[in-house]
Write a protein that binds this ligand. Structure first.
Ligand SMILES: [Zn+2]
Length: 90
């Protein structure tokens, strides 16, 4: 299924196994990671994990479809909880 492979590629991208908690930082270099949902929202790792567990329970939720290392730029606000996600370099 396409959804499944998308989901697995997010895990692969952030260096954890499917089912593990999505990290806030990369293991190497400790760079901040942003998560992107099927609605094109940018969210923090806490909210991404929330989405994943809701989706797993069959609850209605945004689906995490991508992850990106956030290296430089203005601070980004998580579109779900409003937390500031800082760029890795100021
Ligand atoms: Zn959040």
């Amino acid at each position: 299924m396409k959804d499944q492979s998308n989901k697995d590629s997010v895990y692969k991208k952030v260096g954890v196994s499917p089912g593990e908690k999505l990290p806030a930082y990369t293991q190497i270099g400790c760079y901040n990671i942003l998560y992107i949902t099927n609605r094109n929202s940018v969210i923090c790792s806490d909210c991404a994990n929330d989405c994943v567990s809701k989706t797993a329970k069959g609850e209605l939720s945004d689906i995490v479809i991508d992850a990106d290392v956030y290296l430089e730029g203005h601070n980004v606000y998580c579109e779900h909880c409003g937390m500031i996600i800082e760029s890795s370099y100021d």
